[in-house]
Structure formats: structure tokens, C-alpha cells
Design a protein around this ligand. Sequence first.
Ligand SMILES: C[S@@+](CC[C@H](N)C(=O)[O-])C[C@H]1O[C@@H](n2cnc3c(N)ncnc32)[C@H](O)[C@@H]1O
Length: 247
Amino acid sequence: MALDNAFYDDTLASVYDQMYPLDGDTVQAIDFIGELAPPGGRILELGVGTGRIAVPLAELGYDVHGIEGSTAMLTKLKERDPDGKVTTHLGDFTETTTGEQFDVVTLVLNTFYVAITKEQQLSCLRNARGQLRGGGKLIIEAFDPAPYHDMKKPEVSVRHLSERAIMLDTLTVDRSKQLMVATHTILSAGSPETKRHVIRYAFPAEIDLLAQLAGLRLAGRWAGWTKLPYTSASLRHVSVYEPDQDV
Ligand SMILES: C[S@@+](CC[C@H](N)C(=O)[O-])C[C@H]1O[C@@H](n2cnc3c(N)ncnc32)[C@H](O)[C@@H]1O
């Protein structure tokens, strides 16, 4: 079972769409994911959140499902999707299954890393594999850990949320465990609120190996949604896996 703090609570859910507004990158993600499914095809998002990507895909006619552990995030999704175009399943995506099969399964925006042990990450990949139909694709978008793995001291940054609110982010890394601790402090009219999140980052080669153990093989890797080549300078990767027929 994932740590409770992996699920976003009311506070984070209330500012999530300000942290990740519908920008050009999100539109490119929607295009990329949609291209891998046939028209009207079936797409499952693990950690679907507020439906930032799932709802626009459903509006394009795909049959979209999402597994999510946070009721607060699902409440926000319902606000964005009052007609219920996205089918949601409350649960832990390392073990909860829809019992159905999909053309595309996605883990976007570093969501793979919220499983904070390699065993949980492997369970997540096995669960994704079990919900892929033959010829289906698993998409993982994740940051490249290289610059963070070398961090010697906490990194602090400020995020604009609205005219009246900012978020102070601090990042610390324990490279011996590949763990990153992020604290988000929201400064607005009321008292500051701090939320702490732990994630386990993994280098692409480790994700490929875990995927292989889960019966998946790498079909393509790019530096982002526009399919620029992935190089040693890339800050993130978008990786596509497919069922390994030999397993
Ligand atoms: C970084 S957010 C991404 C949300 C959405 N995919 C997006 O791109 O906007 C990660 C989401 O995963 C959810 N989550 C974290 N661990 C989970 C788990 N083990 N099972 C299901 N959901 C989980 C969190 O509650 C949060 O909504």
C-alpha cells in the first residue's frame, strides 16, 4: 500500500489546477496520448487527479477511465466533468484494477514516482500491464533524476498560484534511497499551510528493467510530448512501453 501522503489532500487539491494550468505542454500531452489510441479507443490514467488530461481526452470521444487514491482530487475532477464522461475508480494504482483492458494506460507528470519503493513501482507496472490489451501501450512521463541525484543542499523555488497566493517549494534528496522530499508551503491570506511529499525517482534504465520484469518492453523514448530526441541533456522523458509477447 502506498504511503498516505502520496494521495493529494484537500489543500493540494484546492490549488492543483493553479499549479498545473491547461498550458501548451498539456495540450501536447493530450495529442500524444490520443494518437496512440484508435478513434474512440479506451484510455486508462493511473493517478488521474483532477482530470487535467483525462477530461479533455474524454471530450475528444475516447472512453477514458482513471484510478485515483484521493477523494479530494476526484471531487475536483467531478467539478470539471459534471456529466461523468470520465469513469473513475477510487483506489491505489499499485493494486487496484478496473478488471478491464485498454488501448493506452498512462502515468504522467512523474506519477510513477509516487510509488516510493521499487516493489511498489514494480506492482504498479504489473497492474498497468494487466490492464493493457494486446498491442496496447503504456506511457510514462517522468523527470530525469540526473540533476537531482547530485543535489547537495535543499533547493527552494517559488510558484505563482494567483494574485493573492504563492507556493514555496523546497526539495531535498536522499540519494542513497533515491528519495526526494518536497514540501509545499502555501502563502495566502490565511496562515501558511505546509504539505510534505515523498517520491522515489528512478533512472530510465531502472524503469526499463522494472518494466521488463512486468512483461513490458520499451517501444520509444522522447524528451517530451513533441517527440524531440531524448539525449543526455534531456530534463524529462516520455517513454512508451508495449506488452512483451515473449513473456
Ligand atoms: C502529480 S499528480 C498527477 C495528476 C494527473 N495525472 C495530472 O497529470 O494532472 C499525482 C496524482 O496521483 C495520486 N496518487 C498518488 N499515489 C497514488 C496511488 N498509489 N494510487 C492512486 N492514486 C495515487 C495523487 O492523489 C495525485 O492525484
